[in-house]
Write a protein that binds this ligand. Structure first.
Ligand SMILES: Cc1cc2nc3c(=O)[nH]c(=O)nc-3n(C[C@H](O)[C@H](O)[C@H](O)COP(=O)(O)O)c2cc1C
Length: 328
């Protein structure tokens, strides 16, 4: 069983934190589709400290999503600790996660995210300062290193452990790689062997079989799934089921996909209002449509859609047409 501090997870499948994706609307769907733990999108320490309205909204956690991990990122020890204390005292999150893997230049420029990967001592200093100041368990999500010449994943994970963090998630790519190439699972195995806290492997788990292969070959305690779950929460439940029973459930049919897509839309509307929700939903709808024959044409229509009713009409119109085509 995967246990992070006192938090017991019901399985080994974790939804990765994804900016612009992992808000309560999608997280709840991921939870309903069986994820043992859901991670929220990253929130900037400065946004929390300055009580920026948008940042504070990002800290909202629905009771039904729990257990949930809330990720923060920051530029200095002081601001990171202040933000962590706020999350500790004023949110419903179960776990505080520190982002040390974000490759986005905006973040690395201010010495946050992946920059710390170059310095295990700095990681120790940052993580222990947070751990000392909060009650909730602290975890760290990191990339394997800065670039191919600076792979300190093992030392960094050991620093995370000795600083008192309760788990580490490792994405097997460097900062420089962004999302190019394949994730290195060998380094994930090395990290697993080098620390005693739970290790969650991440990178290129796109199918339930990938998840099993990662668990089997690296020995990690959990698998974290990011892109594989975009527009495809079935991936989570199929993985949970495959790991538990060895049975590979079939992919959903188009109607089922559109139903969940529209549920996602309704929840986003509640959260952000129709205008923003419909715009945000365009990318999600494209992901839900992926793999469905004829989906490309619908995507073009979805991309200029402004209203929820219109969006639903397009999606259901497409499914009906597909059903008729298949029957004839
Ligand atoms: C759209 C998107 C947003 C992401 N945002 C975050 C984030 O906020 N925090 C973070 O630690 N990683 C973020 N990541 C990285 C993922 O959590 C994960 O490490 C990466 O996608 C590799 O896993 P995968 O191969 O399963 O997608 C993001 C990835 C994507 C695709």
């Amino acid at each position: 069983m995967l246990k992070i501090g006192p938090i017991e997870l019901k399985n080994q499948v974790v939804l990765a934190p994804m900016a612009g994706v992992c808000n309560p609307a999608f997280r709840l769907i991921a939870k309903e589709f069986g994820a043992g733990l859901v991670c929220a999108e990253m929130v900037a320490d400065r946004g929390i400290i300055s009580q920026n309205e948008k940042s504070l909204q990002m800290l909202y956690v629905d009771e039904r999503e729990k257990p949930l991990s809330l990720q923060i990122f920051g530029g200095s020890k002081e601001t990171l600790v202040e933000a962590a204390k706020y999350v500790d005292q004023y949110t419903n999150a179960d776990i505080i996660d520190i982002n040390m893997g974000c490759p986005v230049p905006k973040i690395t420029k201010c010495d946050a995210g992946a920059r710390w990967l170059l310095d295990p001592d700095k990681i120790y200093e940052m993580v222990s300062a947070v751990v000392e100041n909060v009650d909730k368990p602290v975890t760290v999500k990191m990339r394997k290193g800065w670039d191919d010449d600076h792979i300190y994943a093992v030392r960094n994970a050991q620093a995370v452990e000795s600083a008192g963090a309760q788990a580490v998630a490792l994405h097997g790519r460097t900062r420089v790689q962004m999302y190019e190439g394949t994730a290195d699972w060998e380094i994930i195995k090395e990290v697993k062997q080098a620390v005693n806290i739970p290790v969650i492997g991440n990178g290129d788990v796109l199918t339930p079989e990938d998840a099993k292969r990662m668990l089997d070959t690296t020995g990690v305690d959990g698998v974290m799934i990011g892109r594989g779950a975009l527009g495809n929460p079935w991936m989570l439940y199929r993985t949970v089921q495959y790991l538990e029973t060895g049975v590979l459930a079939p992919d959903p049919d188009p109607k089922e996909k559109i139903d969940v897509c529209c549920l996602h839309l309704d929840r986003l509307i509640k959260l952000k209002g129709e205008n923003i929700a419909v715009k945000e939903m365009r990318k999600h709808a494209a992901w839900y449509l992926k793999g469905i024959r004829g989906g490309n044409n619908v995507r073009k229509k979805v991309n200029v859609c402004e209203k929820a009713d219109e969006l639903k009409e397009i999606l259901y119109g497409f499914v009906e047409k597909l059903t008729v085509e298949q029957a004839s």
